[in-house]
Design a protein around this ligand. Sequence first.
Ligand SMILES: Nc1ncnc2c1ncn2[C@@H]1O[C@H](COP(=O)(O)OP(=O)(O)OP(=O)(O)O)[C@@H](O)[C@H]1O
Ligand SMILES: [Mg+2]
Length: 236
Amino acid sequence: MTTLRARDLHAGYGDLAVLHGATVELVGGRLTTIVGSNGSGKTTLLRTLTGLIPATSGDVELDGRPLGRLRAHERARLGIVLVPEGRQLFSDMTVLENLEMGATGPRGRASMSSTLDEVYALFPRVAERRRQVAGTLSGGEQQMVAVARGLMAKPSVLILDEPSLGLSPKVVLDLFEIVARLRGTGLTMCLVEQNVRLALAIADDAYVLRHGRVEIAGPAHVVRDMPEVQAAYLGG
Ligand SMILES: Nc1ncnc2c1ncn2[C@@H]1O[C@H](COP(=O)(O)OP(=O)(O)OP(=O)(O)O)[C@@H](O)[C@H]1O
Ligand SMILES: [Mg+2]
């Protein structure tokens, strides 16, 4: 199982520094959640982990191997896959074509048809809709396709940025059920979520990000019971 570790990451956009020394570890086979207020730097952290933006300083290591300046497509080849905020499907293409696009890199391409079967078993609704143009799917269906597309690359580390955004409570529960099922299959997962209560309920490990720094880290159930977390993120 693959562990992704980031140490003292600094990153941002031009003159804007967003991450001010973030240290996180996505432990092999575990589900880690990263929560924090809007603008605290969660998406920026995920972009830095996956190589979409460069770190200005600090390291990201995959099983102890420093990734240095490897770009996103190179990290994807190593198995680090991001399902981005806002889904970003190819809306004019069918569901199946979107899934095929996800089967990138040697790992994904080698096993495309068997992975497709696995993904369809996990998401029966996606299987039903495979001939449909992605842009005409409901929001929940599109999010399922986005996660399914991520799985098509045969990731060892799957990173989900706000998968529940804009979905009804029922669809969110369906999606989280699938995330919970993926956990325990050897896949290392990272979940960024607005729904802090649900995220802390299903995760193994948790980080609370504030102003680009890790404010709190620990086992998810311990973090959930902290009075400061209850007060700031759980309305109690
Ligand atoms: N492409 C960009 N160019 C410039 N600034 C950006 C860019 N993306 C994000 N930022 C800024 O970086 C800061 C952190 O944004 P980020 O998207 O990482 O936060 P977040 O924790 O994911 O928030 P949210 O919960 O709203 O998704 C914000 O102040 C944001 O305005
Ligand atoms: Mg974000």
